[in-house]
Design a protein around this ligand. Structure first.
Ligand code: AIR
Length: 211
């Protein structure tokens, strides 16, 4: 084992042994198989992802467990490869509950996208929302045997994965459910605004406005 990998696994296990108040630990864990998954998992200007959904809902990213953000609701982010670092995957998923996580979003790409389903098995009963990073990863993410469940979104839909994670948390945190409902109202309003603009500007005018 490399020193860096050793240290990361030891840090996760040490964090699991700490007894922090639940308000100071991240509710959501995000893991991805490679940093090449980052744009799909966390989002870009063109296509928002889990990072955008969570920050819009008032979550902040934890980068130092000893110095958590002020925000009441937080998430953490790691690269964990099921095939290159199965020991890290095991440590991550095995310590998830003791580190205070309530739900995990796990994404992987390629045809052997095994991180989401393996994390779901190891971290059970913590719910895991799988994100196939590409179309070709869908079967691998969702193909679980009976008794070993995973929740999953369509390829690339990490934004929805984050909303689903907050829906789960919203059952115990009323303010999160309220924020989801507010966000949904904003979405409904934007469809209505778009519809009126298309109707009143006509197709060429609407296209002009978009460019
Ligand atoms: N992957 C990484 N470890 C195991 C798997 N299945 C996936 C990553 C990424 C793809 O392999 O999730 O989508 C390619 O990774 P990379 O690092 O070669 O770009």
């Amino acid at each position: 084992m490399t020193d860096e990998l050793d240290a990361l696994i030891a840090d996760l296990r040490a964090e699991a042994d700490r007894d922090r108040p639940t308000e100071e630990t991240p509710e959501i864990g995000i893991v991805m198989g490679s940093d090449s998954d980052l744009d799909v998992m966390m989002g870009t200007d063109e296509k928002p992802g889990a990072y955008d959904a969570l920050t819009e809902l008032g979550f902040a990213e934890v980068t130092d467990y000893d110095d958590p953000p002020e925000s009441r609701f937080t998430f953490e982010t790691y690269v964990v490869s099921a095939h290159r670092t199965p020991d890290l995957m095991y440590a991550y998923a095995e310590t998830a509950a003791d580190r205070g996580l309530d739900v995990i979003i796990a994404g992987a790409g390629g045809k052997s996208a095994d991180l989401p389903n393996m994390v779901a098995s190891i971290a059970y009963p913590i719910p895991v929302i799988g994100v196939p990073v590409q179309e070709k990863s869908v079967d691998s993410v969702i193909g679980m045997p009976s008794g070993a469940p995973i929740v999953a979104v369509d390829a690339g839909k990490s934004y929805n994965a984050a909303l689903s994670a907050v829906q789960i948390l919203g059952r115990t945190h009323r303010e999160l459910a309220d924020r989801l409902v507010d966000g949904h109202e904003t979405l409904r309003e934007s469809v209505a605004e778009t519809s009126r603009a298309l109707h009143e500007l006509g197709t060429p005018g609407f296209r002009d406005r978009r460019t």
